[in-house]
Design a protein around this ligand. Structure first.
Ligand code: SAH
Ligand code: SF4
Length: 443
């Protein structure tokens, strides 16, 4: 979601005449888009800001702006602590960034979360900036796979999570705006879309989206988007297990271009910890949904998020997380040591674990996940897979399968251009990527 927000801010700045540079010293504006989901991400922002102090001293006209969740959370405190920062903008003001920068010419301004909020109807950026500077970065390459935000904020208040505080309440975008945005992207050459939200499954629940007189939910949106002509691949993220309905699971059978891949964060394998996390499901509900997904779409790749060392997590709770890993055999996972976040209920819970113990559990979890990922990846060896090419230069090609696995192909023919779909035979599996070869009959 931060990547998409950065794209939107870059687009808004480009429209206002800014050019992107990859040389920090050449910049007249440095904008940090920030994440505060874990303490470590937040520390990185302050250390980066500290290192920019010297640049500002050398170039007093340089503007430094902080956006995103840390900006939302800390507001004025950032300016108080870092006097070289010009502007701090909250998560819901990214669309007005050029005006806010204009206003901050003389006065330092901190802007925070507004109470009522509707996501604007913005036109997606579909190509590079209008007049690229010579030193333009690689991010200016046309991207054939794009993110489209369908909702913002979250109402779930998992006890460890800062998102409802930094991003505000859940708001769904209008279906017509989403469809129009995707149509524009496809007309420009995009072939793959990922629908984005903190909990896409509850799309249309808090501010009901209607279509004519009928209520409209996430499976309706998926069906409508999937039928837009020219869309080759459709994905979505993230799904909260409690809101993953049977109707949504069936979409994996019914919608041809919906990729067989789902990120389904479980967080813990222990019912006791899930309750303390306020996740509102238990492991047996979760497994029922996983089994249904696998039954309906046997080739589905399932990934997850795990927090180890949540306050009060015993060795037995942790063992249950490891057991879940063996049961589901996730294709991959993102795992984190629990960290206290401001305002969250978990920050006040007792039973905090030491950093060393959290580190030990994380290492043990990741070691086993890596082994399972490798075993999972080996299941693809010897099979032909369709790859969406992301780049191909000097004989080195990289693309992704429908299950979102990265495939590297050596000695790929030059005529295969990014954005095309090719068939590759998987010849080798690593933990984090696959190697493929293009069969002679497919060249
Ligand atoms: N909306 C998504 C997740 C958003 S945050 C969902 O509900 O799944 C991304 C991930 O960061 C979470 O899934 C969780 O695993 C992790 N995370 C969030 N808060 C955390 C904290 N305080 N400590 C450690 N990890 C955390
Ligand atoms: Fe955070 Fe829970 Fe909302 Fe995900 S569902 S963003 S983890 S509060």
């Amino acid at each position: 979601m931060n990547i998409r927000d950065s794209e939107i801010m870059a687009q808004k700045l480009a429209e206002a005449g800014y050019l992107e540079t990859s040389v920090l010293e050449d910049a007249s504006l440095i904008l940090l888009n920030t994440c505060s989901v874990r303490g470590k991400a937040e520390q990185k922002v302050f250390s980066m800001l500290g290192s920019l102090r010297k640049l500002k001293a050398e170039n007093p006209d340089l503007k430094i702006c902080v956006a995103g969740c840390v900006a939302q959370q800390e507001g004025q405190k950032i300016i108080d602590r870092m006097e070289h920062v010009n502007l701090v903008i909250g998560t819901q003001h990214i669309y007005n960034i050029p005006e806010l920068l204009e206003r901050s010419t003389n006065n330092k301004t901190a802007i925070n979360l507004s109470d009522s909020y509707e996501i604007p109807k913005y036109i997606p950026q579909v190509s590079g900036h209008p007049a690229p500077a010579p030193q333009i970065s690689d991010s200016q390459q046309f991207q054939f796979s794009r993110f489209v935000t369908i909702m913002q904020g979250c109402n779930n208040f998992c006890t460890y999570c800062v998102v409802p505080y930094t991003r505000g309440r859940e708001v769904s975008r209008k279906a017509t705006d989403i469809v129009n945005e995707i149509q524009t992207l496809i007309e420009a050459g995009v072939v793959e879309i990922t629908l984005l939200g903190q909990n896409v499954n509850s799309y249309g629940c808090t501010n009901p989206v209607t279509h004519g007189a009928l209520p409209y939910s996430f499976p309706d949106l998926l069906a409508e988007v999937s039928s837009i002509s020219g869309l080759q691949r459709l994905r979505f993220t993230t799904s909260h297990p409690k809101d993953l309905s049977e109707r949504l699971i069936e979409c994996f059978d019914q919608i041809d271009n919906l990729c067989p891949q789902i990120h389904l964060p479980v967080q813990s394998g222990s019912d006791r910890i899930l309750k303390r996390m306020n996740r509102k499901y238990c492991i047996s509900d979760y497994l029922e949904k996983v089994d249904l997904l696998k039954a309906i779409r046997p080739d589905i790749a399932i990934t997850t998020d795990i927090i180890v060392g949540f306050p009060g997590e015993t060795e037995e709770d942790f063992q249950q997380t490891l057991e879940l890993l063996e049961r589901v055999r996730y294709h991959g996972s993102f795992s984190f040591k629990y960290s206290d976040r401001p305002e969250t209920r978990a920050a006040d819970l007792d039973g905090k674990l030491s950093e060393a113990e959290k580190g030990r559990r994380l290492q043990e979890f990741q070691k086993r996940q890596d082994e399972i990922s490798l075993e999972r990846n080996r299941e693809y060896v010897g099979y032909q897979k369709s790859i969406l090419v992301e780049n191909n230069s000097e004989g080195k090609m990289m693309g992704r399968t429908v299950t979102n696995h990265i495939v590297h192909v050596e000695q790929a023919p030059d005529h295969i251009v990014p954005g095309s779909l090719v068939t590759a035979e998987i010849i080798h599996a690593g933990r984090h990527s696959l190697k493929g070869a293009i069969p002679p009959s497919r060249i």
